[in-house]
Design a binder for this molecule. Structure first.
Ligand code: ADP
Length: 448
């Protein structure tokens, strides 16, 4: 059997110790000083190890091949192994440093700013683009809390409520002409990667599109008012009304539809506006829903439908929000339920909360929506059945408005539906938007 290198060295070491002690004992036997020679052999053996330890230590301080100590037995093996370990480490180090160089070159070439933050949101590293887009300086800004360098309140809020899926748009702190979109991704447990992309072009395009829609809608308002005015005069005139009854009716319907579309488009542009700051106040949602319910009841009766309404509202549950925006979102959901639920169907309105948030839910026993349509319902002008929607006076913008209003309130719309059974539209508000009546508000309400 072939001996392993280490086995062989052990074997050598064993013979070395044996020979040393035998020689010592032979000399001791000849001189009669065997104890002295035993101690001497022992001291020699220990001295040999100490000497090799010293050489190893010296080599570890300056590990080069040409000063690698040579030794027989186990020490030779140790020196060899140390040298091989050292070589392997050097190779690994070279590989790592090449990799690091490549990563550095790659991040430097990246047009997006990337910043590494630690658990305390302090900057650990940033790439070249961060200097241009975020105005960071190296090394002064390393170790600084990022909140001290980007001082927008919206950015602070964004950092405090970090959510991977959300992004934030703001003007670059380094250049007012640059618009940035920021994403923060957690990684390695307690670190964050902040990515900032220059979206100036996209932002301008969006602005042009928004302005165009808002301007066209605004321009259409005046001619529509004039046409509606003339149609009203003609309808009031008995001669015209008798001769042109049907055309007048159709024209009135179409003008009303166009007005609704224009108003919805203007509302959407307002909701989308960059400068749209949400001024919030405590909203008594239960009262708001009661008012919407009265209107829905009127709409249901007007259309000759006999819906059964069921209201389950928590009157003590208030929401920090914009009352008018909430009214338009909730009424869109409730009126849709009226429009798309056949006569005799049930419509249930719920306003309640649990430990995760507050919910406004509209449940109907209407026609339902096929699953393939659900993800697209909040797109503008997306309708499952265009003819049906038009005949019901729908603009195709209702759910787009709902989505925008909910976005403003940090809320989300969840839709569940089964064809032939009905639909559930749930507005899911975060806990931070829930509030309660203060004692002053309560007293004011009593005075009123
Ligand atoms: P519209 O003005 O056409 O109602 P919306 O944006 O409010 O536009 O709704 C988009 C589409 O979603 C509607 O055309 C309709 O097909 C579908 N929809 C909305 N609400 C309901 C509902 N409660 N039941 C069934 N379908 C609905």
């Amino acid at each position: 059997m072939l001996l392993e290198v280490s086995d062989y060295r052990w074997y050598q070491e064993f013979w070395f110790v044996l020979v040393l002690f035998v020689v010592g004992q032979v000399l001791g036997w000849f001189t009669g000083l065997w104890l002295t020679f035993l101690v001497l052999t022992f001291v020699l053996y220990i001295g040999w190890h100490l000497y090799n330890l010293y050489r190893l230590n010296l080599w570890l301080a300056y590990p080069k091949k040409n000063n690698l100590p040579e030794a027989m037995g186990l020490w030779g093996e140790i020196f060899d192994r140390c040298y091989r370990l050292h070589q392997r480490n050097r190779k690994r180090k070279r590989k790592l440093s090449n990799m690091l160089k490549r990563v550095r070159r790659f991040t430097a070439a990246m047009p997006d700013a990337s910043v590494i933050l630690n658990a305390n949101q302090e900057i650990e590293w940033f790439n070249k683009a961060s200097r241009k887009l975020l105005g960071f300086r190296s090394p002064q800004d390393l170790g600084q809390a990022i909140g001290n360098l980007i001082r927008y309140p919206s950015f602070q809020t964004f950092l405090n409520q970090l959510n991977e899926k959300e992004s934030l748009k703001f003007v670059s702190p380094a250049n007012n002409n640059i618009m940035l979109r920021i994403n923060v991704v957690p990684y390695a447990g307690n670190h964050y990667l902040l990515l900032a992309r220059d979206v100036t072009q996209l932002h301008r395009l969006e602005q042009v599109r928004r302005d165009f829609v808002a301007n066209v809608s605004h321009e259409l308002r005046t001619p529509l008012t004039v046409i509606a005015g003339f149609l009203e005069t003609m309808s009031d005139d008995e001669e015209y009304a008798s001769q042109w009854e049907r055309p007048l009716l159709l024209m009135n319907q179409q003008v009303a539809r166009m007005r609704n579309i224009v108003e919805d488009l203007l509302l959407l542009s307002r909701l989308e506006g960059e400068n749209h700051e949400l001024s919030t106040e405590p909203v008594v949602v239960a009262e708001l829903v009661q008012e919407i319910y009265q209107e829905a009841l009127a709409l249901s009766e007007e259309q000759g439908l006999r819906h059964q309404f069921n209201l389950e509202l928590d009157h003590d549950l208030l929401l920090m929000g914009h009352a008018e925006e909430l009214r338009s979102a909730f009424s869109n959901l409730v009126f849709n339920a009226v429009r798309y639920t056949p006569s005799g169907g049930q419509i249930r309105l719920r306003w309640y909360c649990d430990e995760y948030g507050a919910y406004f839910t509209v449940i109907d026993s209407g026609e339902g929506i096929a699953p393939e349509h659900i993800p697209r319902l909040t797109e503008r002008f997306y309708r499952v059945d265009v003819g049906r929607s038009r005949s019901q006076g729908g603009t195709g913008l209702g759910l787009a408005i709902v989505k925008h209003v909910l976005n403003h309130h940090g809320a989300q719309l969840h839709i569940e539906s089964t064809v032939g059974e009905g639909s559930v539209f749930c507005c899911d508000f975060p806990v931070r938007m829930i509030t309660q009546l203060s004692e002053d508000d309560f007293e004011n309400e009593l005075d009123f």
